[in-house]
Design a protein around this ligand. Structure first.
Ligand code: 13P
Length: 288
């Protein structure tokens, strides 16, 4: 099944596929293991920093090998690429299923122009393209500062603008912004589900993704999947937190161990437990 087939099915059956950021090799293994344990397809995704750590070709080769090793459908996504050229490089590399061109820093017309370039290239090779018009300005980390809700609301997706963007670019997936932010905050903003249903109506033939799912309570994520027919839910910070906590514990429990791979198995299990829980929330368990 292609990524489009998976998302079509997810939309019909009311579940979403987790798009999990891969920060390092332990997290890579944890996501694949969780998918296997839960009989779920998973999407591996790599942000710009994560791509520069792994290298584009390694990412594809590792994913191809993992599909065989774990025996589950593993989709591959380039996450928040800020240049059309980076997206086209991933398209040319072959092995990706989806590229996310994040032109939200650009003026609307320039974003349309660049996104169209990516769509033209990606569609020739059968890849999906995710587009974005609203900037999620926070990083995937644990924040101590409070969110300014009034300011945040200014960056929410305008359904009319979203419809124009989807029509003019031909993107397959839209990264909708309606209270979702990257990272975990002392008080996580609530999702604006009314706005989500308006966005859904405005772009009926486009898949929707939910970025920044770390820290959002499970019931809100489930409602968003249900109301917005969201098919892709991105998760990063909670994986990074689980990894840091687990590696910290391993290092303090094994002060004389210098072979880091010997510490990895418990770390992988700890991160996999988080992914398994998310797979349950997203509803993709048992779908393969
Ligand atoms: P979180 O770090 O909030 O989970 O967001 C990740 C994300 O949306 C990556 O695109």
């Amino acid at each position: 099944m292609t990524a489009r087939d998976w998302f079509d099915r997810a939309q019909k059956e009311g579940f979403a596929i987790g798009a999990f950021n891969v920060d390092n090799m332990d997290i890579f293994k944890a996501v694949c293991l969780a998918g296997k344990n839960k009989k779920s397809s998973v999407m591996l995704e790599f942000s710009q920093g994560e791509v520069s750590y792994f290298g584009l070709k390694n990412i594809v080769d590792l994913t191809v090998n993992a599909r065989q090793e774990y025996g589950i459908p593993i989709l591959l996504n380039l996450d928040h690429a800020k240049s059309a050229e980076d997206c086209i490089a991933a398209v040319e590399q072959a092995g990706f299923d989806d590229v996310h061109f994040d032109g939200s820093d650009l003026p609307f017309e320039k974003n349309v122009e660049e996104t169209k370039k990516v769509v033209e290239n990606a569609h020739k090779k059968g890849l999906l393209v995710e587009g974005e018009i609203d900037k999620i300005s926070t990083l995937s980390e644990v924040h101590n500062e409070e969110i300014d809700l009034e300011l945040l609301k200014k960056s929410y997706t305008d359904p009319t603008k979203a419809a124009k963007f989807v029509k003019e670019t031909g993107v397959d997936i839209l990264a909708a912004v309606f209270g979702n932010v990257h990272g975990i905050f002392p008080v996580q903003p609530d999702l604006d589900i009314d706005l989500l249903s308006k966005i859904r109506e405005a772009v009926p033939s486009c898949f929707l993704s939910l970025h920044g799912s770390s820290g959002i309570p499970a019931d809100q994520v489930k409602t968003a999947i249900n109301v917005g027919k969201i098919v892709k839910v991105n998760l990063n910070t909670e994986l990074r937190v689980a990894y840091r906590e687990a590696i910290g514990e391993e290092l303090s429990e094994n002060p004389e161990e210098y072979a880091s791979y010997k510490l990895a198995s418990d770390v992988i299990l700890a991160v996999a437990a988080v992914v398994e829980n998310k797979i349950d929330v997203f509803g993709s368990a048992g779908k393969i």
